[in-house]
Write a protein that binds this ligand. Structure first.
Ligand SMILES: [Zn+2]
Length: 111
């Protein structure tokens, strides 16, 4: 039973982080998917992630954008450090960690 749950959690974690990556919150949604499974995916789809509302058209846009992708008007960019690369690095570390965990449990169950 445990052996089925781990790839299940991993699968949903990856799906949720892919959804979250488009909203600038891959790392947070990764855990959400791992813990909640398909419910996490629904939350990831509905949630606005790290996006901000355009002051003109009220649509959700990337906080680093200087021009709105929907109405093409200039918006004040929230000049945070670009986090996407760091987030992907964190995600890869988490993936490696989960794979090691999965492999460890697999070896324990096999012996
Ligand atoms: Zn706009």
């Amino acid at each position: 039973m445990e052996l089925i749950l781990i790839p299940w959690a991993l699968l949903w974690a990856i799906i949720c982080s892919l959804i979250g990556a488009r909203k600038g919150a891959a790392f947070g949604y990764f855990f959400l998917g791992a813990i909640l499974g398909p419910i996490g995916a629904i939350i990831a789809l509905v949630g606005k992630g790290n996006r901000v509302k355009c002051p003109y058209c009220r649509k959700l846009i990337d906080p680093r954008a200087s021009v709105c992708a929907f109405c093409q008007r200039e918006v004040e960019a929230k000049t945070k450090e670009p986090f996407s690369r760091r987030e992907w690095a964190e995600l890869l570390i988490m993936l490696a960690f989960l794979l090691c965990l999965f492999y460890g449990i697999f070896c324990v169950c096999k012996s």
